[in-house]
Design a protein around this ligand. Structure first.
Ligand SMILES: N[C@@H](CCC(=O)N[C@@H](CS)C(=O)NCC(=O)O)C(=O)O
Length: 219
C-alpha cells in the first residue's frame, strides 16, 4: 500500500511536506483536496476534525502536521537526504529553526491572508499590523543570520529549509521583504532554485489566481 498525502499543491504547509518527498524521491499518492472536500469532505474530517492539511496516511496510520510528516518519512521511509541530522545537538537547531519559520513567518503571513478573505465587517486591521510587525522583525533577524549561512542551519539542507521555503515564498508576496535584506533575498532565491521546492512551486502555479491578496507576476 502506498503512502497517501492529503494535500493541495498551492498550500504552503503542503509544499513544506512535499519538499521532503521530492528530496528523497519517495513514491506516494497525492490525494488532492479540492476546496469543497477540505471544507466538507467526510473522509478528510474523519482523519482530522480540525481540518488542516497536509495529512499523511501510511497503512492506516495517520500523521498530522507537516513537521511530523517530515520526521515520519525520515524514520520510516529514509532516503539519502537526511533532513534531520543524526547529531542530536544539530537536530535541536534544525527543529528550532523549523519552529521559527512556522511561528514567526508562516503564522503572521497566514494572518494577513486569512484577514483578506473574511467578510469586511469582521476584518482585523490591528491584527494585520501586528502580523506585519512580526514579519519585519523576523526578516531582520533572518537577514543577519543568513549572512553566514547557505541554508537555515549551515551547510546542509534540512527540515528547517523545508519550512523556510514556502514561508519566505508567500511572506514576500504578502508583505515584501525589504530590498536591503540582501542575505534573506539571496536565501529565498536559493530555496526557489532547489529542485524539490522548484517542483512544488511549479505544481502550485496553476492556482495562483486563488491567492487572496493577488499574486504578483513573479515567483
Ligand atoms: N500546523 C499545521 C498547519 C496546517 C495548515 O494550516 N494548513 C492550511 C493549508 S496551508 C490549512 O489546512 N488551511 C485550511 C483552513 O485553514 O481551513 C501544519 O504544520 O501542518
Amino acid at each position: 500500500m502506498t503512502l497517501q498525502l492529503f494535500a493541495h499543491p498551492f498550500s504552503s504547509y503542503c509544499q513544506k511536506a512535499l519538499i521532503a518527498f521530492y528530496e528523497n524521491d519517495i513514491p506516494f499518492t497525492f490525494r488532492m483536496l479540492s476546496p469543497d472536500e477540505a471544507a466538507n469532505g467526510e473522509e478528510f474530517a474523519r482523519l482530522w476534525p480540525i481540518k488542516r492539511f497536509p495529512i499523511l496516511v501510511d497503512e492506516g496510520r495517520t500523521i498530522l502536521e507537516a513537521t511530523s510528516i517530515i520526521e515520519y518519512l525520515q524514520a520510516r521511509h529514509p532516503g539519502p537526504v537526511r533532513l534531520i541530522p543524526d547529531d542530536p545537538e544539530a537536530a535541536v537547531e534544525v527543529r528550532m529553526l523549523d519552529r521559527v519559520f512556522d511561528n514567526y513567518v508562516m503564522t503572521p503571513q497566514g494572518k494577513c491572508v486569512f484577514n483578506a478573505i473574511r467578510p469586511e465587517d469582521v476584518r482585523d486591521p490591528y491584527g494585520v499590523t501586528e502580523a506585519q510587525a512580526m514579519l519585519d522583525t523576523a526578516y531582520a533577524w533572518l537577514d543577519e543570520r543568513m549572512a553566514s549561512r547557505e541554508w537555515a542551519v549551515g551547510e546542509t539542507f534540512s527540515l528547517a529549509d523545508c519550512a523556510a521555503a514556502p514561508s519566505l515564498f508567500y511572506a514576500d508576496w504578502t508583505h515584501r521583504i525589504p530590498e536591503r535584506f540582501t542575505n534573506l533575498h539571496a536565501y529565498r532565491a536559493r530555496l526557489l532554485a532547489r529542485p524539490s521546492f522548484a517542483r512544488a512551486v511549479d505544481e502550485g502555479r496553476p492556482y495562483r489566481s486563488f491567492f487572496p491578496l493577488g499574486a504578483p507576476d513573479r515567483d
